[in-house]
Design a protein around this ligand. Structure first.
Ligand code: 5RP
Length: 252
């Protein structure tokens, strides 16, 4: 269980090798302690959220949780939850979600997030903006001083039609921050990555801070061709961080 795993993290157990995946699992198990029978649950996507979904499946199988309805945030999580026997639904049938648990790529000191390096930002944002409580689970490598400051991608989902035009407009929005906009690709042939919704992703990289997050969010969303971006501002209610010295729970 999560507490036992956390105990293994104590420096008095030097023989235990703490992998990043162990930390993700510890954060995920802690978050699942907030799940109660009868809840409608937003099921996140990614390697951290996967541990939470596994754990929910296990507790359902053991009869410790009952009457859960899961709303997956990606096709991948849908498949995982189905294979675990978690009853599934969607926002059309369950427009209010009690609790969502998901990972993140960056978390700033105000609990603003970057998500979507796994490509599922649109469904994640739809489900997580419909929930009463949103618990984010991360290992400590995801903590940043400011959003966009990690040097890693800030994803924007765009429609395929004239994506180069949209990417150039995105780059120009953030010219002063030294923005580079790149189409996300995969495989040896560099094929465009296509989201669950049939769109492309343009990843933005910044040399410098782009300043006000809300203004940046509004400016991105005003561009025709943009579907959604990976900044999740003022959405997380709790962030659980697993580090080498144990767990930290940050509440909004
Ligand atoms: C997918 C996401 C993921 O939550 C995010 O990329 C974190 O992934 P991981 O837990 O594998 O580090 O936003 O769209």
């Amino acid at each position: 269980n999560a507490d036992m795993d956390a105990a293994l993290l104590l420096p008095s157990s030097p023989s235990v090798i703490i992998t990043q995946d162990n930390l993700k699992k510890i954060a995920a198990y802690k978050a699942v302690e907030y799940v109660e029978s009868g809840m409608v649950l937003g099921l996140g996507t990614g390697s951290t959220a996967k541990h939470a979904v596994d754990r929910i499946g296990e507790l359902l199988r053991q009869g410790e949780l009952k009457d859960i309805v899961g709303i997956p945030t990606s096709k991948k999580t849908h498949e995982q939850a189905l294979s675990l026997g978690i009853p599934l639904s969607d926002l059309d049938s369950h427009p209010v979600v009690d609790l969502a648990i998901d990972g993140a790529d960056e978390v700033d000191p105000f609990l603003n997030l970057v998500k979507g390096r796994g490509g599922s930002l649109l469904r994640e944002k739809m489900v997580e903006s419909a929930c009463k409580k949103f618990i984010v689970i991360v290992d400590e490598s995801k903590l940043v001083n400011y959003i966009g400051g990690s040097g890693l991608a800030m994803p924007v989902e765009v429609i395929q039609f004239c994506w180069k035009f949209t990417a150039e407009r995105l780059r120009r929005l953030f010219e002063e921050a030294g923005c580079v906009a790149k189409l996300r690709t995969f495989g040896e042939k560099d094929e465009p990555f296509v989201t669950d919704n049939g769109n492309f992703i343009v990843d933005l990289y910044f040399e410098r801070s782009f300043g006000d997050l809300k203004a940046a969010s509004d400016a991105i969303l005003q561009l025709a061709g943009v579907v959604e971006h990976g900044m999740f501002l003022d959405m997380a209610t709790t962030v659980i961080v697993a580090g080498e010295l144990g767990l930290t729970v940050k509440n909004k």
